[in-house]
Design a protein around this ligand. Sequence first.
Ligand code: SAM
Ligand code: SF4
Length: 330
Amino acid sequence: MTPLVDTFGRLHDNLRLSVTDRCNIRCFYCMPEKDVKFQPREQLLTFEEIERFVRVAVNLGIRKLRITGGEPLVRKNLSTLVRKLAAIDGIEDLALTTNGVLLAEQAEELYDAGLRRINVHLDTLDRERFQQITRRDELDKVLEGIETARRLGYGPIKINAVAVKNLVEPDIVPLARYGRERGIEIRYIEFMPLDAQGLWERGRVLLAEDILAMLEREIGPLVEVPDSDPRAPATEYRFADGIGGVGLIASVSRPFCLNCNRIRLTSDGKLRYCLFAIEETDVRALLRGSDGDDAVAGAIRASVAAKWIGHEINSARFVPPPRPMYSIGG
Ligand code: SAM
Ligand code: SF4
């Protein structure tokens, strides 16, 4: 089987799988505050359809799988899907990204189903700012979820923090300290133009280099990890004192498109070759039609073949994708 290599020579072995566009909080850089239009349930792929798609993708060389959303833990019986996916031969890495609100409730069930790696999204340890960002008062539940996951033996646990300028500066150092005390890597992600309300502006991106400077000034020197995976979006750093590290995802100031190895499937079954793609392929129609797995495989190959060189956030030509983050799957 020829591997999934695009016209720029990039090998694709990584699939982001969104299982819902619903969410139990409302981060302003992702979702509108109210009147969110969710996909009708019958348009979501069933677990059987998702499993079938993943099996086809694994036959084409997909090895890494991340479950995301919307908030994946609001999808009913998620552990049933995790169990199905964890059992697929060829999956070398299965991970989940969650906002953590329902993690304390579900962590054990998910662990028993075979999940080991999670990223929890948390921008601040300050209750008021958490509420300001997410429009919900759920910080305690997220922190409880992280502690439950640690106790159960999940590893590595990482925290995703979205870096918005003039907002989260007071949180950068406390989060890094929180991570250092618990063996958790904090990954700071530059705010990207994927919010539902068109609030993004270049001036609101807290840049990776400014975050690094803050951490070095307040905590101590950081050393870039030389052997981290060059195709992973985060550049990894260790604190020179040997206690913990951080990751910087500089999607805006240092795009990493040239190393991209990812494709994405939305919860309503649309295949996308980029977070910022304008076009998408309707895989749900194929999965629900009379064509067999070869048609699905053909669609995956065609999508990878059509992949562009990279997003154009930094060019005047940039057009935001028609779907905001929660509807694509981050
Ligand atoms: N609900 C889960 C969560 O929040 O982790 C999974 C889906 S969420 C869309 C995936 C990740 O996208 C989040 O962890 C958050 O860090 C990131 N994110 C959301 N909106 C973003 C934006 N506008 N710019 C950068 N990252 C964003
Ligand atoms: Fe929900 Fe995640 Fe989007 Fe926040 S970033 S609104 S938690 S989907």
